[in-house]
Design a protein around this ligand. Structure first.
Ligand code: FAD
Length: 484
């Protein structure tokens, strides 16, 4: 039996491990932490459970597929519900707009707020078109292989190239569609789903909205970490071995192949190696290549996050996902990508898993995951930034919700970009590897394979096709297709 070594147990690593096991490999996953999941992790305190990272779950079929590959039913491992409301939006002018999963209901809500329903319908149709014409090419294939361009998916996308909106920005397209209105801000926000700036990211990425508004937003009945638990359970059942507290420190190489990995001085032979760690970290610490690292670090990193996990007394009338928008979105992104500091007004995201998972907080309490987008970690004083952000966030909550929650906070944990970097080895704490702030960013991502070492592959949020749970799982699918 051929052996495969996976470096890192993030969602991309888990996906690759399960796929390779289905191909007949003996799979070993090496993880530096004592638990699996990477950015997808959780913690518990005083009867509260918090998902620490991702909270939005789209394209669940990419998880389901992993079970089917082994002849199992995903629903025996993971119970997923479709949310009624994808997000509850609060705007600076006092408007509250509920984005219902049901498209007709959302369109009606928007029409009731004074917008033209048909304009929104046309916009969502357009995003559906963009997804249909690009996903097979950009998301589920390697764009670094000539064969992809001459294959059916490639030809289809290239034929429609002039309609893919790559040379205008997300914001420009949204403003042209909705004017200077709340809907522009609502749809601009999808740039943050891959850590980018809507004023610079190509309008092709407006298709991210298609996932939630046309395909639905989902949530595991036992919380986001339920995805990791289910995948690890499946992995163990199919014989995948997990090695925790095992930091991979190097590779054994021949001229054109990898012969295995080192965990400090301990050698583990492997016929195939898949890296799931941040690609810049990989070329700095696992396969040191100073020139490659320099090239990668010249590219702009995606944004990071500053998160307050609050155990809150009382029951709010908020939903699972809630957004309190800032009054100057452009200044916020300039803060993130130019000044590299938090702006004076911030968009606040509140995620309350207790709204689905009853046991996630004690009776009469809620678990609030309160996040603001933050710049990559480049040595800022996070103690100061955290104190400033906390004040802004509390004031904004009071303005939008009509009451102060400060005295209702029973316990608090804060995670900064610096901590995200040290916990997950994500360079500068970026959530999604590089940003997508240019029309060419998609093409500049690192391929899913090594051009020199023929049995070395790459998955995860810092390589093609990008960050976020669905794309990391897509990277595993691409690697699966590349291996005969
Ligand atoms: P990672 O999660 O980056 O894991 C890499 C793993 O490699 C880690 O476990 C790390 O410990 C391990 N590792 C590193 N170095 C070594 C080594 N030398 N040896 C062994 N192991 C090593 N995505 C969404 O889809 N929806 C969201 O709502 C969303 N929100 C987010 C909110 C936050 C706060 C964060 C942090 C992320 C969010 N994301 C979201 C992004 C998503 O979490 C990531 O894109 C995805 O989980 C990354 O998976 P990955 O496969 O790249 O691996």
């Amino acid at each position: 039996m051929k052996r495969a070594a996976i470096i890192g147990s993030g969602i991309g690593g888990l996906g690759a491990a399960i796929r390779l096991a289905a191909k007949g490999f003996e799979v070993h996953v090496f993880e530096k932490n004592e638990h699996p999941g990477g950015k997808l992790s959780q913690f518990e305190v005083d009867g509260f459970r918090f998902d620490m990272g991702p909270s939005l779950f789209t394209l669940p079929q990419l998880v389901t597929e992993l079970f089917e590959l082994h002849g199992k039913k995903a629903s025996d491992y993971l119970d997923v519900v479709e949310l009624d409301m994808t997000c509850n939006y609060f705007f600076p002018d006092g408007t509250n707009l509920r984005a219902w999963s049901d498209r007709d209901r959302f369109v009606e809500e928007v029409a009731n707020a004074g917008f033209e329903a048909q304009v929104l319908e046309n916009y969502l149709e357009r995003q559906s078109f963009l997804y249909r014409f690009t996903s097979n090419f950009f998301l589920f294939n390697s764009i670094h292989k000539p064969s992809t361009y001459v294959g059916e998916a490639g030809r289809r996308s290239l034929k429609a190239l002039h309609r893919l909106d790559a040379f205008t920005t997300m914001h420009a397209r949204n403003e042209r569609t909705f004017g200077k209105t709340n809907l522009t801000q609502l749809f601009d926000r999808y740039a943050t789903y891959n850590g980018s700036d809507p004023h610079r990211a190509p309008a092709t990425l407006n298709m991210i909205a298609h996932l939630e508004h046309n395909m639905g937003a989902f949530f595991p009945k036992n919380g986001m970490y339920g995805i990791v638990s289910a995948l690890v359970k499946l992995a163990q059942e199919v014989g995948i071995a997990f090695h925790y507290n095992s930091k991979v420190t190097g590779l054994k190489l021949t001229k054109d192949k990898v012969e295995g990995i080192f965990v400090e001085s301990e050698f583990h032979p492997a016929e195939l190696v898949v890296n799931d760690t941040d690609i810049a970290y990989f070329y700095q610490h696992i396969l040191p290549k100073p020139n490659m690292l320099k090239r990668l670090m010249r590219r702009e990193r995606s944004s990071s996050a500053l998160i307050f996990y609050w155990g809150v007394k009382g029951s709010s009338n908020l939903d699972v996902h809630n957004i309190l928008f800032s009054s100057d979105y452009r200044a916020e992104f300039e803060g993130l990508f130019k000044q590299k500091r938090l702006a004076n007004d911030l968009t606040v995201y509140i995620f309350i898993s207790k709204k689905v998972v009853e046991t996630d907080a004690p009776e009469g309490c809620e678990n609030w995951f309160v996040m603001v987008n933050a710049p990559e970690h480049v040595g800022q004083n996070w103690e100061e930034e955290t104190a400033r952000a906390r004040e802004i966030v509390l004031k904004k909550m009071e303005a939008h919700l009509g009451y102060s929650i400060e005295n209702q906070i029973k316990n608090e944990k804060v995670v900064t970009p610096a901590e995200i970097e040290s916990r997950t080895a994500s360079v500068h704490g970026s959530l999604y590897g590089h940003s997508s702030n240019s029309a060419f960013a998609a093409f500049l991502r690192h391929p899913n394979f090594s051009r020199r070492y023929k049995n070395l592959y790459f998955v995860g949020g810092s390589v093609h096709p990008g960050g976020g749970i669905p794309l990391c799982l897509a990277s595993a699918k691409i690697v699966d297709n590349e291996i005969s």
